[in-house]
Design a binder for this molecule. Structure first.
Ligand code: AMP
Ligand code: MG
Length: 478
């Protein structure tokens, strides 16, 4: 398909300090492994996946606007890393207000030591998790297509290459702003902030300082996003400042993971030796990254106002988290001792490594009658006496509210998903895909697009991970 994608209005006009035109390097013998028809329909793209194969495997289109790689910098694992940039991502252009980006379509001026490619394994994980997060109602970049190829890519071992087509209103990162600040290029910094405000935050123009309004809003969106992650048990794995979306989207799926048995200190990324990006650290790292962004915007801000805005992150995050956990607990009202109820629960879950997703889903079936045994839930805990004491308090708390168990269960099942993309589920799809069978990706996508539904035919996807899942290890290698 040679439908031209136009550059995002205003982006190309920013000039060469911001992005470079790049000719993509097509994959050899490409196969359209998955085509996201629902998203294609949303974007009003004509034709089928096959029609798009050439374009989305990286074949240069003579009549199209040139693909662009953007430059950014960032802090990686807490350390200033200097210039990074789209080393393997290319912006094809925009359609229906959404940017279309190929990930893995060859070298760019920012590839540094990399090969510009992405492996099939990590591309499947990115494709599936983007759509799983969308199904969960969590802000995220999307995935339109996954193109596979027999082309060899070297990581620890030889693997095969793939290209994911990502879709988002914008792929702007905190790192785009850090780049110009740390180079002392304040005119470009202002140009970029103006571009972002005009396109994505136009209401900020009404404030006395639009740049401060921009920071305020990014702080709020980030607090909300991380509250979403914590509630669903999502660990990003590499919360470097260059992987933080200005729009508050989940961005750059690498060594992410969903909690299985609850462990607050869970580290999903085997390259994260210090546990900087553990589950429990994510909220604080969100703030750390916002400090990077605020610092980068300082030439456009009043320092005291910026500091005051950063101080609002913690209460905003706690309010967002409280809201989500009240919904997970099935509470309509807010009470001061609800946090104590929750922390006692976390202690019990931590002690027994109670499965996060299964527990919350089953909690919907809690019987609040005094003396009810709630046996199935109780069996999820090692400390049964501890659970009984907690259940007594929880039952009492529920009875202070004017709602039947059935009504509550219905509401809770819209907050506590039955299905999340556990590592072993992605792994099963990867193993089949390596044999050329992409059906499991399609099946997972179908179920994860509606993770709050029961899907009785796919109940096995909601089960505890098998023993072999413990041997799985995900790292920065992608
Ligand atoms: P990430 O850890 O995936 O967020 O990537 C950090 C930086 O490395 C970004 O600038 C990426 O574009 C770049 N990068 C990662 N993998 C590759 C690759 N295979 N080829 C080129 N650049 C890469
Ligand atoms: Mg990245």
């Amino acid at each position: 398909m040679n439908t031209p994608f136009l550059h995002p209005p205003g982006w190309a006009a920013l000039g060469e300090a911001f992005s470079q035109a790049v000719v993509p390097t097509p994959l050899r013998e490409p196969v359209m492994a998955v085509w996201n028809r629902a998203l294609a329909d949303e974007l009003a793209l004509p034709g089928t996946g096959e029609d798009w194969l050439a374009r989305l495997s990286g074949t240069p289109m003579p009549s199209a606007s040139p693909a662009l790689a953007t430059v950014y910098s960032g802090h990686q694992f807490g350390i200033w890393a200097g210039q990074l940039g789209d080393g393997r991502a290319l912006l094809l252009g925009e359609v229906a207000g959404q940017e279309i980006q190929l990930k893995g379509a060859g070298l760019t001026p920012y590839s540094r030591m990399g090969d510009g490619r992405a492996v099939l394994r990590s591309s499947i994980r990115e494709y599936l998790c983007s759509e799983a997060m969308q199904g969960l109602g969590i802000p995220t970049t999307r995935a339109l297509a996954l193109v596979a190829s027999p082309e060899t890519v070297w990581r620890e071992t030889p693997e095969t290459a793939a290209v994911v087509t990502r879709v988002a209103p914008s792929f702007l990162r905190f790192g785009h702003f850090e780049h110009f600040f740390h180079r002392g290029e304040h005119a470009q910094l202002r140009q970029l902030a103006d571009y972002a405000i005009t396109r994505y935050f136009p209401h900020c123009r009404e404030s006395t300082n639009p740049y401060q309004a921009l920071l305020d809003e990014v702080i709020e969106r980030t607090a909300d996003l991380i509250a979403d992650w914590q509630a669903v048990g999502f660990c990003h794995g590499v919360m470097n400042s260059d992987n933080m979306s200005l729009l508050g989207l989940t961005l750059d799926y690498g060594p992410f993971g969903f909690l299985d048995g609850f462990d607050a200190g869970h580290i999903c990324n085997h390259s994260d030796h210090q546990g900087r990006y553990s589950y429990a650290n994510q909220p604080e790292i969100g703030l750390w990254n916002l400090h990077c962004l605020a610092q980068a915007l300082l030439p456009l801000l009043d320092r005291d106002a910026a500091v005051a805005a950063l101080r609002r992150y913690q209460p905003q995050f706690e309010a967002a988290l409280g809201e989500r956990f009240r919904a997970k607990l099935g509470l309509l009202t807010e009470r001061e001792d609800d946090w104590a109820l929750l922390t006692t629960l976390f202690d019990l879950m931590q002690a027994g490594r109670t499965d996060w997703t299964i527990f919350w889903r089953q909690l919907g079936g809690f019987c609040s009658q005094p003396g009810a045994a709630n046996t199935a839930l109780r069996d999820l805990f090692v400390d049964r006496d501890g659970f009984d004491a907690w259940a007594l308090r929880y039952g009492e708390r529920l009875r202070t509210e004017n709602r039947t168990d059935a009504e509550r269960a219905q509401a809770m099942n819209r907050s506590n998903p039955k299905f999340v993309l556990r590592n072993h589920l992605a792994e099963q799809a990867i193993r089949l895909a390596k044999e050329g069978d992409y059906s499991e990706i399609a099946r997972l996508q179908h179920v994860l697009a509606a993770p709050f539904d029961e899907h009785p035919d796919h109940a096995a996807l909601a089960a505890l991970p098998p023993d072999w899942a413990q041997t799985l290890s995900v790292s920065c290698s992608s």
